[in-house]
Design a protein around this ligand. Structure first.
Ligand code: BLA
Length: 507
């Protein structure tokens, strides 16, 4: 599909989102020196404290805050050991006037970030008490999809956001909505793919350190820091700040999505960003810090459960690959050749590796089933395999790139594995996968989707993503690659046995 021209979106990765120098309207930020003097204040202290930021800068915090609150803050500072450590205080009477605030403290380059936002708890419910039962439900789920569905539904009910999605990154950092819970009046994004550029690398890196962010209102004004720089003339690093003003490009994106409030929390596996839980609302929506912390805690626990689940799957897959070896030996040791047993072979391999079609090439004969090209295609493609080391599984999820500049049709194939099961003459078992772009459809009604005038929007993202995946298939997982190596050895063994049998019987 054609993508509307617009300013080139390259350079997304160059925006230094930690140095944007301001905060959102929902909270204030003070940069405090190690001896508790205010170095910088966000301009909106005027609204929240009735003090001009200039009048705060240079003052000792103790002259401004309630002594008890001050004591609590000092106590928390002692607990900040590592770089990205933070401390949170909920319901603090910061000024001794009965107004309650939620506060965050982070260490940054010899100073502290102190942030506070008025407590807006919706009252009666204790959100933390909801985390445990939700987690139990997640644990009882049978599949990863179901775990994510339960999580999305639970967080939808807990937070009041109109659309809650579990978004999973692929190996190329593009991503897909794998679970969604939403109000009937908002568009569904379930199953949609988005290109890597929608969440550029510096944002992904930041989100592995700072695990939750909220934009309660995309149209609210940004409050700059006063003065804009630290005493050394450097911009203040707001990486860990809770109130950090976000990238204007991203705000434009959200507006094009007709999203007025957004929140996301990071799903981490082995220190890497595995995915995000993304929250959208068509009107402004602020969740207080205590509730956000419950969401963040739940997301961390969910990350852990997802890791366990994937580790379990990988183990099962390794076991299945081993069992496949046993079954294939039993199935074919009688001497039945693969060509006549192709159905059985496909079923067996399919229990361990996902594929859409299979072919067998044995020097003189070629047979195929499912999504598989004909023998002429294979003959043309064979040159690629011949350049490849003999004893190794050839594997690609980007057939388009493989065949670039050649006259060979793809026939809707995006990925293939070729398992050499004999040297000379070469003999292969081939597994094929669909091109991903053919498997996906835009779930919403494109005409109804969004005002498509902005230069970035989900509609265009999706189109852009579709273009990037032409000629590609879903990635072969590490488990599948390992299984393919085991399988190759099994098949080789069977071929050798048959050869021995044949020669012993003098055929
Ligand atoms: C940030 N982009 C984000 C974030 C999300 C997405 C979740 C985190 C901030 C938040 O919670 O709102 C993207 N949101 C999505 C996607 C879905 C969703 C894919 O709900 C799918 C359902 N964005 C672009 C382009 C650029 C870009 C072209 O589309 C670059 C020019 C940038 N996105 C961008 C930047 C950030 C971002 C810079 C970081 C915002 C920040 O934290 O300051």
């Amino acid at each position: 599909p054609p993508i509307a021209e617009g300013p080139v979106l390259a350079g997304c990765e160059d925006e230094q989102i930690q140095f944007l120098g301001g905060v959102q309207a929902f909270g204030c930020l003070l940069v405090i020196s190690s001896d508790w003097v205010v170095q910088n204040a966000s301009a909106n202290v005027a609204d929240l404290l009735g003090v001009k930021p200039d009048d705060l800068v240079g003052q000792r915090l103790i002259d401004r805050l309630d002594p008890e609150a001050m004591h609590a803050l000092r106590g928390k500072v002692q607990t900040l050991a590592g770089e990205d450590d933070g401390a949170r205080l909920f319901g603090l009477d910061l000024f001794g006037d009965g107004r309650r605030f939620d506060a965050a403290l982070h260490a940054v380059a010899g100073a502290y970030l102190l942030e506070f936002e008025p407590k807006t708890s919706r009252g009666l419910r204790d959100e933390l008490s909801l985390v445990q039962p939700l987690l139990s439900r997640v644990r009882r789920a049978r599949s990863l999809e179901q775990m994510c569905e339960i999580a999305a539904r639970g967080l939808w009910a807990l937070t009041g956001f109109a659309r809650v999605m579990v978004y999973r990154f692929d190996a190329d950092s593009s991503g897909r909505v794998i679970a969604e819970s939403r109000a009937p009046h908002v568009e569904g994004y379930m199953g949609l793919h988005f290109p890597a550029t929608d969440i550029p690398p510096q944002a992904r890196a930041l989100y592995t350190r700072n695990l939750l962010r909220i934009i309660p209102d995309v149209s609210s004004p940004v409050s700059p820091l006063v003065p804009p720089r630290d005493p050394h003339g450097q911009p203040v690093d707001l990486s860990m700040a809770v109130t950090r003003a976000v990238s204007p490009i991203h705000l434009e994106y959200l507006r094009n999505m007709e999203v007025q409030a957004s929140m996301s929390s990071s799903l981490i596996r082995d220190g890497e960003l595995w995915g995000l839980i993304a929250f959208h609302h068509p009107e402004p929506l602020h969740l207080d810090y205590e509730t956000r912390s419950a969401v963040e805690l739940f997301t961390q626990l969910l990350s852990y459960e997802l890791s366990l689940h994937e580790a379990r799957l990988e183990k099962e897959q390794a076991e299945a690959a081993h069992a496949l070896h046993e079954r294939l030996i039993m199935l074919f040791e009688g001497g039945a050749d693969f060509a006549t047993g192709l159905d059985a072979l496909a079923t067996e391999i399919g229990s361990v590796i996902d594929f859409d079609g299979m072919a067998l090439f044995s020097g003189s004969s070629y047979c195929a089933e499912g999504l598989a090209p004909d023998e002429a295609w294979f003959r043309a493609f064979e040159r690629h395999l011949e350049r490849y080391p003999e004893g190794k599984v050839f594997c690609t999820d980007d057939l388009g790139a493989c065949l670039e500049g050649e006259e060979i049709e793809r026939h809707g194939i995006g990925g293939l594995m070729a398992l050499p099961v004999r040297g000379r003459p070469r003999q292969y078992v081939m597994l094929f996968r669909h091109e991903v772009a053919r498997n996906v459809v835009w779930a919403g009604n494109p005409a109804k989707m969004v005002r498509d005038t902005g230069r970035i929007s989900p509609r265009k993202s999706f189109a852009a993503w579709q273009q990037t995946v032409v000629g590609k298939s879903a990635a072969w997982t590490p488990g599948e690659r390992r299984a393919a190596e085991v399988l190759r050895v099994t098949l080789l063994e069977l071929v050798l046995r048959q050869a021995t049998e044949t020669s012993r019987h003098g055929v």
